[in-house]
Ligand binder design. Sequence first.
Ligand SMILES: [Zn+2]
Length: 145
Amino acid sequence: MAVMADRIKPFPVIDDDNRDFWEGARRHELIIKRCGDCGFYIHYPKPFCPKCWSENVQPTRVSGRGHVFTFNIVRQQIAPGIPPPYVVALVALEEQEDVRVVANIVECAPETVSIGMPVEVTFQQEDEELTIPQFRPAARAGGAS
Ligand SMILES: [Zn+2]
């Protein structure tokens, strides 16, 4: 009964460039491609390094920590199955400031999100095939609150 066509939300198209990212998400790992020659992180994923043009690009697990670079609060229903309000953000990863991942900021009220806010990755399993990396406010140093 539950087949892929039943999925209401729009879901990402998985291709050779982003497959590592989405397969990593299913393992609850945030995977970003990284140049094996100069160390540059590359996102959105490409098969070559935009810094040194090397094709020695490898999927690399990153910490999942970063901060909100910019964001928008969506207050109107745009996509089916995604009730507003919610936050769409560009999250700058701590490994490299200009590596920015588009994600929702979850587990907090949209009004509490601010630019520069520390966040950490969390994984939302949509169904058996799709798990989406999202971000939530980073836990305070010193453990759970
Ligand atoms: Zn490079």
